[in-house]
Structures are given as C-alpha cells and as structure tokens.
Design a protein around this ligand. Structure first.
Ligand SMILES: Cc1cc2nc3c(=O)[nH]c(=O)nc-3n(C[C@H](O)[C@H](O)[C@H](O)COP(=O)(O)OP(=O)(O)OC[C@H]3O[C@@H](n4cnc5c(N)ncnc54)[C@H](O)[C@@H]3O)c2cc1C
Length: 337
C-alpha cells in the first residue's frame, strides 16, 4: 500500500482543524502508515493533538507568513512538505483553504488530484469513493498516477480519535516561501446580518418560499415569519437552509429575510449539507431542492399541502399543518425548557 501523507494548515489559534482529523480517519481506513505534514506560524499544539491517533511522525513547515491563507505561500509549503515526505498518496481536508491550493500542488508534484472524496477504501489498492451529479451517483475510482492528491469533504467521516500511544515525533522542514504580494487587511463575512450557516449543528432548518406567500387570511406575513425562524434558530442552535425560490426573491426586489443569502441555498444548484436531522418548513420538496438533502439522515417537513414533494417518499415524517402555527408552538416549548 502507498505511504500516506496528511497535509493541513493549523487553525489561527494553533490547533488542528477538525476537518484534518476527519481526513486522517478516512486515510487510516487504507491501513497504511500515515505521516502528517502541518504548516502555520507554529504547529506544536496541532502536532500534540495527533498523539495516540496512530500518526508516528509530523513534518512541520513553520513561518509567520503561513498564518494567513494565501495561494503562493500555502502552495509552496504544501509542495515542499509533500516532496520532503516523498509520499505517493497525499490526503488533505477539503476546506476552502486547502481546496484552493491542492490542485496547484498536485501540478507542482507532477501528480493528479481528485476532489469531493467521501471515503477511502482498500479495494485491491487505494480507492476513492465520491458522488457525481449532485449526489445522485456514487462511484469508486482508482488511479495509476502518483503522487495522487485527495481532498476529503468535511463532514463525511467521523474525526479520528486518540486511542492511546506516543506523541508523534516532530521534524521541521525548511521551506523557501515566495515573497508575499498580498496582505490580509481584515475579514468580511458574506452575510451582513446574523451568521446562520452552522455546518456542525445537529439540525438543519430549511425555510421555503411559502414563508413569504399569501397566507389563509389573504395577506403575507414576512415579519412574523422572520421572527419565528430566527427565534427557532437561536433556541435550537440550528443551521439555516433555504430553497432557491426564497433566496432568489432578493434579486427580484421582493421581501427576503435579511439573515439569508444564496449561501443558504440547499439543492442541485446549492449546497449539500451534512446534518443528522433536517426540518423543512414552507418548502415544496421538489427534486432539485431535495437532492441537496442526500446526507441528511432524518427528514421531517411541515407543509399545508398533503400532496407536496415531501409526501412522495422524500421525508420520513410530513406534518400537514400551518408552519406559522407549528413553529409558534415549537418556539414556546423551546422557550419553556
Ligand atoms: C436547473 C434547476 C436547478 C434548481 N436548483 C435548485 C436548488 O439548488 N435548490 C432549490 O431549492 N431549488 C432549486 N430549483 C428550484 C426548484 O425546482 C423549486 O422551484 C424550488 O425548490 C421551490 O421552492 P419552494 O419549495 O420554497 O417554493 P414553492 O414551490 O413556492 O413552495 C412553497 C411551499 O410552501 C407551502 N406553504 C405555504 N404556506 C405555508 C404554511 N403556512 N405552512 C406550511 N407550508 C406552507 C406551500 O404549500 C408550498 O408547498 C432548481 C430548479 C431548476 C430547474
């Protein structure tokens, strides 16, 4: 089996990103020894977090310029570490930082890259499992070319845990970083309002366009809808997803919730989040939307229409009810807890 190198930057506080521990768990399934390669201003804390996980050695690239995500410096560090390790399989978490540079790193190594990996299996050699066509087809891939760089999607595999054993040895690798032409002056979040996307939340609440439509009394009630959704998100710590119809309304100048952007959209042309449970409200459950629910394990929906898409085998439970009334009651119960 090919020796495996796990490559990851460290978090701003020096800790190891959880996505790196997930990529490690995926890599360990291949049964070959895993060496880690970490980069950042200082990697000692992250390296210590690998104690007992089966990683015997950590290669480190340390430089203050690696504190910030920057293509030139990140790609140089990852390439130098992969070359120093001489690994033929290079596994990395598909965080936005790593997804940006690893294709370039594969090119610099003269190798190949595959992305959106959800599992690694030994199927007569290292084999990648991933989904195509918006999670409609699952495929297994093998490649002859090496080095083979693999980006493992966060949330697909439980993170590796310490199972006892010694702390890995740390070997520092000298990396010649290019002069940085970009300077990070600050961070700007895409949503001006409340942060509603929480990938680690146990529950996904999906809001559909029904929340802004005319209700049985003949009038729309977007302000009440906004208050109900926000109080539920705060009380339940849930993440917020949306249908395309709802987020598209902003482009048409209609009322849309201020805390919602296109980044909340779930579906064929949106995201495929990985929460254990999902609750859909005022959303019809059409296939282009529901295909984004592929990895939501328990699905429930509230819709006035007993004939909506959710009723056709797409939800485990469909409550045929008025979501305004249901969420009012749910929020009252949560508030009483
Ligand atoms: C190429 C393509 C790609 C697409 N990609 C996506 C995608 O990525 N994501 C996506 O979401 N869509 C996508 N769509 C659009 C998708 O087909 C649907 O049009 C969209 O999901 C509908 O959104 P909706 O269910 O919120 O709105 P609607 O279809 O308007 O449904 C609103 C629902 O709210 C219910 N409702 C109203 N009031 C209440 C109430 N008080 N209580 C309970 N229920 C109530 C109604 O019964 C209705 O079922 C795509 C379409 C195409 C053609």
């Amino acid at each position: 089996m090919d020796p495996i190198l796990l490559v990851s930057p460290v978090d701003p506080d020096g800790s190891l990103p959880r996505a790196a521990l997930e990529a490690l768990a995926a890599a360990k399934a291949l049964g070959a020894p895993v060496t880690a390669a970490l980069f950042g201003p200082s990697v000692a804390k992250a390296a210590a977090a690998l104690a007992g996980t089966g990683v015997a050695k950590v290669l480190a690239a340390e430089d203050p310029a690696l504190a910030e995500p920057r293509y030139a410096t990140d790609a140089a560090a990852a390439t130098a570490l992969a070359k120093a390790a001489g690994a033929s399989l290079v596994v990395a978490p598909a965080t936005s930082r790593m997804a940006r540079v690893m294709a370039g790193v594969a090119a610099r190594l003269g190798g190949r890259i595959d992305t959106h990996v959800t599992q690694l299996v030994d199927d007569g050699g290292p084999t990648v499992v991933r989904w195509y066509y918006r999670q409609r087809i699952e495929a297994k891939l093998r490649r002859k070319e090496r080095p083979w760089v693999l980006l493992v999607d966060p949330g697909a595999v439980p993170a590796a845990r310490a199972e006892g054993g010694a702390a890995p040895t740390l070997e520092r690798i000298a990396v010649a970083l290019p002069a940085a032409r970009t300077t990070v002056t600050g961070l700007r979040a895409p949503s001006s309002g409340e942060q509603t996307i929480k990938p680690d939340a146990k529950l996904l609440l999906v809001a559909g366009a029904g929340w802004t439509k005319k209700q049985p009394d003949g009038a729309p009630h977007p302000d009440r809808a906004e208050a109900l959704i926000l109080s539920f998100l705060r009380a339940a710590g849930a993440s917020l997803g949306s249908s395309k119809s709802l987020v598209d309304q902003a482009g048409e100048g209609q009322k849309v919730f201020e805390f919602m952007t296109h980044l909340n959209q779930v579906g064929q042309t949106g995201a495929t989040p990985r929460h254990p449970k999902g609750l859909s409200t005022c959303c019809h459950g059409e296939e282009p939307h529901v295909v984004g629910w592929r990895f939501i394990r328990e699905r429930r929906a509230v819709n006035l229409d007993a004939n909506c898409g959710w009723a056709r085998g797409k939800a485990d439970v469909l409550y045929v009810a008025d979501a305004f009334a249901v969420m009012e009651k749910v929020n009252a119960l949560l508030g009483a807890k």
